[in-house]
Design a protein around this ligand. Structure first.
Ligand SMILES: Nc1ncnc2c1ncn2[C@@H]1O[C@H](COP(=O)(O)OP(=O)(O)O)[C@@H](O)[C@H]1O
Ligand SMILES: Cc1cn([C@H]2C[C@H](O)[C@@H](COP(=O)(O)O)O2)c(=O)[nH]c1=O
Ligand SMILES: [Zn+2]
Length: 195
């Protein structure tokens, strides 16, 4: 909590896939651990890429986490699962419903430090709920960039590839995956099929 007011706050770490969001989240958690703070980490049930009860980076680092809900529908479970921890981290926020915003607000109003990580754009390049609303209510927002897999410029977009070809605009928004289905790309190199 803030030293003077005693109040909590929300930190959002966002940006494209592969931009280092989870690395940055783990860096902040390591520092909180060194400071002797109690930490609770949550990940949605939908993302089982790194094993059900861990959050992981694209380069192999991980941290134990509690799995929340079925298909990310139950962000209020986070409040029920807490045991006095004052640092609460939530990875893959893009898989949660809009209810995550109010749940994070409630945690911050309960004087906790809330660190939320998630990609802010769908593969179509549109805002990925609930990240835009979380970024609006957060005290601190960091938007990270990866390296464009095509041209090497900073990347802000998520290129979905299906069998190596750009995905169609009508495809479902949710597709759990990593290098096999997605690349980080810049605005110029991002492609969406509309035929
Ligand atoms: N195109 C890329 N740009 C930057 N880093 C990449 C790229 N592809 C793979 N990586 C690796 O991914 C790591 C970041 O992983 P991670 O923290 O899991 O990202 P995020 O959570 O944003 O998807 C980088 O340190 C790097 O090793
Ligand atoms: C763009 C986009 C992404 N996803 C999924 C793919 C991954 O499972 C996560 C993002 O993971 P990261 O830690 O940020 O690398 O989200 C999706 O379902 N739909 C999309 O449009
Ligand atoms: Zn590019």
């Amino acid at each position: 909590m803030h030293a003077i007011t005693g109040s909590g706050w929300i930190e959002v770490i966002s940006g494209s896939m592969f931009s280092g969001k989870t690395e940055e989240l783990l860096r902040r958690l390591r520092r909180a651990e060194i400071a002797g703070q109690e930490i609770a980490v949550f990940t949605p049930a939908l993302d089982d890429r790194y094993g059900e009860t861990t959050i992981g980076t694209h380069n192999g680092r991980s941290w134990e986490a509690s799995v929340v809900g079925n298909e990310g529908e139950r962000p209020w479970d986070i409040l029920d699962d807490l045991n006095g921890e004052m640092v609460v981290a939530i990875d893959e926020a893009n898989f949660f419903s809009d209810a995550l915003v109010d749940a994070c607000q409630a945690l911050a109003e309960d004087d906790r430090r809330v660190i939320v990580s998630g990609t802010d754009q769908t593969y179509r390049g549109e805002p990925f709920d609930p990240l835009p609303d979380l970024m609006a209510v957060a005290e601190y927002v960091d938007k990270l960039q990866a390296i464009c897999a095509v041209c090497g410029e900073p990347a802000t977009r998520n290129q979905r590839l299906i069998e190596g070809e750009p995905a169609h605009a009508d495809d479902p928004t949710i597709l759990v995956g990593a290098e096999e289905s997605y690349q980080a790309r810049c605005r110029s190199c991002h492609v969406l099929r509309r035929d």
